[in-house]
Design a protein around this ligand. Sequence first.
Ligand code: 3PG
Length: 533
Amino acid sequence: MTRILVADKLASEGIEKLRSAAGVEVEVRTGLSPSELGGIVGEFDGMIIRSAVKVTADALAKTGRLRAIARAGVGVDNIDLQAATGAGVLVMNTPDANTISTAEHTMALLLALMRKIPAAHTHVLSGEWKRASFVGSQLASRTLGIVGLGRVGRAVARRALAFDMRVLGFDPFISGDTIFDGAVKVVRDVEELFKEADCLTLHAKVTDETRNLINRDAIALMKPTTVLVNCARGELVDQQALADALNEGKLAGAAIDVFPEEPPVGNPLLSAANVTLTPHLGASTAEAQAAVSLEAVDTLLDYLVRGEMRSAVNVVGLPAHFSAYDRSFLDLACRMGGILAPWCASGVRRIRLATYGSDLRKLTSTLSRQVIADILAPHIGARLNLVNADTVAKERGLEVDAVAHENALDYPDTVSVTVESGEGERSVEGTVFADGKPRILAIDGYRMEMTPEKRLVLIYNDDRPGVIGLVGKLFGDHGINIADMTLSRRERKALMVLKLDEEADESLLRSLREADEILDVRTILLPALHVEP
Ligand code: 3PG
């Protein structure tokens, strides 16, 4: 059973989809504090959230069975991404589903400001009719300055162009001088936008560069007739500086949908002049909420049930979708890691992975993450997977090289992995045959064609007569059946790989190790083979 926690208000469309999914159990628990969330989150495989619940490092201290968080919306600033990545929890969002709603709310606020609608409404309710006090301004021919030309910024630009506005944009990640066939000019210096804009709207993420972007210095560059709209994130604006500017007439008005603390208790904007406030409603339309809830459910279940990743926020460089070919090589990598892991108990200095064959090129870094996870996992007592393998390797100072070679070796696509550990250098080479099954082609340079599964014993010995008989007798004496055996030799040494039906007990392993001819003995446990139809 896949258990999903819905920890924020989610549209009924998404909840119904979860409830009707086979093998899925849903629990809706909203209004949880980080510590309450931390107390239960480990009981679920996946969680769906919006912006209200705070997924802090404390809330993720005991992730238990949690593997993924889906944000029904865009912003993930309420999730401690570092903690999620460290715990191997994938975070995904729905990057586009609420774009139009947010752009429309921006336009609504802009029009409300320019035509003084909230104040006019209050005025009429109070029984007055002083129309001259509410003379507004047209949008047409005014200059709109857009900070951030991502999805929402561009959607706002299109709408503003339809209102015959002159549109300028600032976005350091856009290289051209214009967008939309020259209709929107991209300025290189945000200060130019502050100086020129009659209306300024923010559509940027909060980063170290953008936090408090609208501060006293920025406001000092603006015209006293400028109005500001913020439907992105509260942290982009110095709240006190904006409130002071509005009260002192240094800005004509502001419409604010988002706040650093929500709800904005004690925020100076609550009592500022010429301000219109809404409670983070950018994405709050029936259409956007249905869309984000359905997309979050699909994204989460695709990952949990089928291993497909979409819109991942805390991992980069992973393919969005794993084909049967990709999955067969990931399975191979996991088995290769499992074969190398017994030599890494005293620490790993370096892991080198190389792929040979052009089809494997796009998978090379993913395979390296998989190998890291399977080599380290038995030794570090933490869950490791494709999400956190790189981070954990980096934290531990592990050197990782992943190299893709276009040329094929003896087989069309092969993977080779070498580890340098406290026990020297070890290597393994493998491929996937046309039957979809993994094959190990070499261990430490000993060539073979071995299907890696279940219980293996690797016996390194001197290549002399009688060793096979000795090994067979010891196993017979201990009543352990050898299901399969692979032999390989080079430079007067040999490697036997035995497959066992049952576990070799300690006394058998001791007897093997005590034999003069036997140089090393390692046991390995790999998963049973699962070949996709
Ligand atoms: C977002 O980041 O998607 C918007 O800010 C909407 O947030 P919400 O899902 O809490 O309405």
